[in-house]
Design a protein around this ligand. Structure first.
Ligand code: ADP
Ligand code: GN1
Ligand code: MG
Length: 366
C-alpha cells in the first residue's frame, strides 16, 4: 500500500540526514516495500540524496529482525570494503536506531543513495548482465566467513520449495476467489513437476550443496552498476539475507534476467531463455565467487534456475488464487500473467537442460 507523503516526510525528520529535506518521490520497481527518493539541500548550494523505505510488515512480520540482519551484514561488508558505493549504508535515527516506527506502526529505514549508478530491470548488454553476476557472486564470496547463526530467518521457509508447493496446494484447495476453474492448465503444470521440488534440500542433506549465507532475492534490479564504467558496484535489497543456497541466488537472477521478456509480459511467445545470458551470468557469478563453490554445487546451478522459476510461478499463482494479497499488482490478472511467464520459462529450461548442464560443467575443477 502506497504511503501518503505526509507520513514519509514525518519519517524523514527522524533520521540524521545532512541538509534540509526538499521533497521525496516514489521510486523503483520493487514488488514489496514502499520506496522513496529524497533530496536534501545543503547550505553550500549542493544537494544530497537518500532512499527511504517503509518495510512491508505483511511480508516481514518482524521488521526488527530484518534490520538486525541488515545492520550486521552491512557492518561486516563495510569493514571489508570501505568504498562508499560498494555496500548499502544505513542512516541512523536521532535515537541511534536503524529504523523508525511511526504512530501508525509503519517501520521506516533510510539509506544513502548510491550515486552515479544504474539499476536495471533488464540487462542492456551481455556485459551488463556479466557485471550483475559479478556483484552477486562477490556478495556470496564476501559473506563466506560471515557467522550465519547471527542471522534471523526473516521469512520462514522462504525458498523451501516443497513447503511453497504445500502452500500452493492449499490455495488451490481453498480457492478463496473462485478463480481456480480458469487456471487448471497452470495448476496441472505445477502438479506434474512435484517430484522435482525437494531436489535441492535432498542434495543439501547428501552433502552436495552446502548451506551458505545467501541473498535470496537476486533480481538484477537488486544490484547496482556504475553509471560511467558499467562495472559492478554493489547488491541492494538485503531483507531476505538468510542461510540458503548459492544456486538459488544464481537461479533467481537467471529467472528474472535471462528471460527475453519482462516478468509480466502478456505475450507468452516472447518469453524465452536466452542461452547467451545464461552462460555469461554463470561465468560472472563464478568469477565473483572466486572459487568458493564446490563442483557438486556448480553442477546444481541449472536446478537452482529451474527451482526459482517454478517456485516463483507457484507463488504468483497462489497469490492470484488468494486474491493478490502479497505481491504488488497493477491490474486484476497481473499475478496470473506473471505466473504464465514463469511456467513458459520452465518449459524453455527443460528444452535446454543438457545445454545448461554442459555450460556449468566447464567450471568444475574435476
Ligand atoms: P523492494 O524490496 O520493494 O524490491 P528495494 O530495496 O529493491 O525494494 O528498492 C526498490 C528500488 O529502489 C531498487 O530496485 C532501486 O532501483 C532503488 N534503490 C533502493 N535502494 C537504493 C539506494 N541505496 N540507492 C539507489 N537506489 C536504490
Ligand atoms: C519480490 O522485493 P522484490 O520486488 O525484489 C519477492 C521475491 C520474488 C520477486 C518476484 C520478499 O522481490 O521473492 O522473487 O518479487 N520478494 C519477497 O519478482 O517476497
Ligand atoms: Mg528489490
Amino acid at each position: 500500500m502506497k504511503k501518503c507523503l505526509e507520513l514519509v516526510n514525518n519519517a524523514i525528520n527522524n533520521f540524521q540526514v545532512e541538509g534540509t529535506p526538499r521533497g521525496c518521490i516514489p521510486y523503483g520497481n520493487g514488488h514489496i516495500n514502499d520506496t522513496f527518493y529524497v533530496v536534501c539541500d545543503l547550505k553550500d548550494g549542493n544537494e544530497i540524496k537518500y532512499i527511504i523505505q517503509s518495510i512491508n510488515t505483511l511480508v516481514f512480520k518482524t521488521p526488527e529482525h530484518v534490520m538486525h540482519n541488515i545492520e550486521k551484514v552491512t557492518d561486516f561488508l563495510i569493514a571489508k570494503n570501505p568504498d562508499r558505493r560498494s555496500v548499502l549504508r544505513l542512516i541512523k535515527t536521532y535515537n541511534g536506531n536503524t529504523y523508525y516506527k511511526d504512530r501508525k506502526g509503519n517501520y521506516w529505514r533510510m539509506y544513502e543513495f548510491i550515486n552515479n549508478s544504474v539499476c536495471l530491470d533488464q540487462p542492456e548488454s551481455l556485459e551488463d548482465f556479466y557485471q550483475c553476476a559479478v556483484a552477486f557472486g562477490r556478495f556470496q564470496r564476501d559473506l563466506s566467513t560471515f557467522p550465519a547463526d547471527s542471522l534471523y530467518e526473516t521469512i520462514a521457509d522462504f525458498h523451501n520449495t516443497p513447503k511453497r508447493y504445500q502452500d500452493f496446494l492449499k490455495a488451490v484447495e481453498e480457492d478463496k476467489c473462485d478463480r481456480a476453474k480458469d487456471v487448471q492448465d497452470e495448476i496441472n503444470f505445477i502438479k506434474e513437476r512435484s517430484d522435482f521440488y525437494s531436489i535441492l534440500i535432498d542434495s543439501c542433506k547428501e552433502g552436495k550443496l552446502p548451506l551458505r549465507v545467501s541473498h535470496n532475492d537476486t533480481k538484477i534490479n537488486n544490484s547496482m552498476l556504475d553509471k560511467d564504467t558499467r562495472k559492478a558496484l554493489c547488491v541492494i535489497d538485503l531483507d531476505t539475507i538468510m542461510p540458503g543456497f548459492s544456486v538459488t541466488d544464481f537461479g533467481d537472477a537467471i529467472r528474472f534476467g535471462a528471460n527475453t521478456a519482462a516478468e509480466d509480459e502478456n505475450d507468452i511467445s516472447k518469453v524465452k531463455l536466452d542461452m547467451q545470458l545464461f552462460e555469461i551470468f554463470a561465468k560472472g557469478f563464478l568469477d565473483g565467487c572466486e572459487g568458493q563453490l564446490i563442483d557438486s554445487e556448480i553442477m546444481l546451478m541449472p536446478e537452482g534456475a529451474k527451482m526459482m522459476t517454478i517456485e516463483c510461478g507457484m507463488r504468483f499463482l497462489a497469490d492470484y488464487l488468494e486474491g493478490d494479497i502479497y505481491f504488488r499488482t497493477a491490474y486484476k490478472e497481473h499475478n496470473l500473467v506473471r505466473c504464465r511467464t514463469q511456467l513458459k520459462l520452465v518449459s524453455e529450461m527443460e528444452q535446454r537442460w543438457q545445454q545448461m548442464k554442459k555450460i556449468v560443467k566447464k567450471y568444475c575443477k574435476d
